[in-house]
Design a protein around this ligand. Structure first.
Ligand SMILES: NC(=O)c1ccc[n+]([C@@H]2O[C@H](COP(=O)([O-])OP(=O)(O)OC[C@H]3O[C@@H](n4cnc5c(N)ncnc54)[C@H](OP(=O)(O)O)[C@@H]3O)[C@@H](O)[C@H]2O)c1
Length: 298
């Protein structure tokens, strides 16, 4: 990790799992870190834990709820009133295979949280990214993105009656990649010197599996599975490399180098063919702007 003194970084979901490890690594290397999380209590606990190891570190907790477009706007306004730069935005927070639910604005919750929330947040913070020399946006996807094609039916959202929570998660993670790659194309088209990168952690031991509890197989084998899973610390390496490696190129995708991309040191990977579909990416961008009510001001 290079020295990050003077750099400002936001990590969504920085109170838990990969986000926590990412925030911790940034603080340890001198960055001014903002944990953006939905529970201030959990955020403050994370901050305390990080500061125990790095007492001289700079870390702040700000409230954000990715299921609420108003909260995203409020977060960005509050951030912009306190900071004049944003060097690294890590679009990390997420939920996985949750039962059908709607966000405050009426979107299916996995697409709403994982994609639309981060789409809106990045758009609100664009002016600050543009005002910062060589900033980066890193969007965290998943191996699950490979399993489905994007669907534009029902405003990107699964219908309750035919809801498949695995498909909904996979589509939201494919949307993360379509967004990350299109963001880089848009930066390039407008001559903006900002990098958009994507990453996936493979599989790692975090709190993401909370909705798996009801699965009998998982309940039975959970302790064993957890012991076998790589740590959150190693799962965070691809997003950390995307955030700080000086040799990266905009639009790259990082993940673990090992067997089936499940674990290992972070390397540049290829994502699915669908994720590079520019027609889908442009269409997703337009729909997302309409649904999130956020127009990017290049
Ligand atoms: N762990 C893996 O094996 C794995 C594999 C592939 C991809 N990923 C991706 O990695 C990212 C991080 O997940 P993780 O594994 O670190 O899971 P995690 O430990 O459950 O962390 C997820 C974070 O997202 C936050 N979050 C969820 N909904 C939110 C909302 N509406 N508003 C604001 N924050 C919200 C959570 O907050 P609370 O603590 O308040 O719930 C938590 O801080 C996700 O995008 C996930 O899809 C993880």
């Amino acid at each position: 990790m290079p020295n990050l003194t003077g750099k400002v970084a936001i990590v969504t979901g920085g109170n838990s799992g990969l986000g926590f490890e990412t925030a911790k690594a940034f603080v340890a290397n001198g960055a001014d870190v903002i944990i953006a999380c939905r529970s201030l209590e959990r955020g403050e606990q994370a901050k305390e834990q990080i500061l125990k190891k790095n007492p001289a570190g700079t870390i702040k907790v700000l409230p954000i709820d990715l299921t609420d477009l108003t909260s995203l706007k409020n977060f960005a306004d509050s951030f912009k009133s306190h900071y004049t730069r944003l060097d690294i935005l890590i679009n990390n927070a997420g939920i996985m295979i949750s039962p059908f639910a709607l966000t405050k604005d009426g979107f299916e919750s996995q697409m709403g949280t994982n994609h639309l929330g981060h789409f809106a947040l990045t758009g609100h913070l664009l002016s600050l990214l543009k005002a910062t020399p060589n900033p980066r946006v890193v969007t965290v996807s998943s191996l699950a993105h490979k399993q489905w094609k994007i669907s534009f039916d029902n405003n990107l959202c699964e219908r309750e009656r035919s809801y498949n929570r695995f498909r909904a998660y996979a589509r939201s993670k494919l949307a993360n990649l379509l967004f990350a790659y299109q963001l880089q194309r848009n930066f390039d088209a407008h001559g903006i010197k900002c990098l958009s990168l994507a990453a996936h952690p493979g599989a790692s031991h975090t709190n993401l599996g909370r909705y798996m509890e009801k699965n009998v197989f998982v309940r039975l084998f959970r302790p064993l599975i957890e012991r076998m899973l790589p740590s959150a610390e190693s799962g965070a390496l691809p997003q950390l490399r995307a955030a700080v490696d000086q040799t990266v190129i905009g639009g790259q995708f990082f993940g673990p180098s090992g067997f089936m991309e499940l674990a290992g040191s972070p390397v540049v990977l290829k994502s699915s063919k669908n994720s590079y579909n520019t027609e889908d990416a442009i269409r997703l961008w337009k729909v997302s702007e309409e649904l999130a009510g956020v127009k990017y001001k290049w």
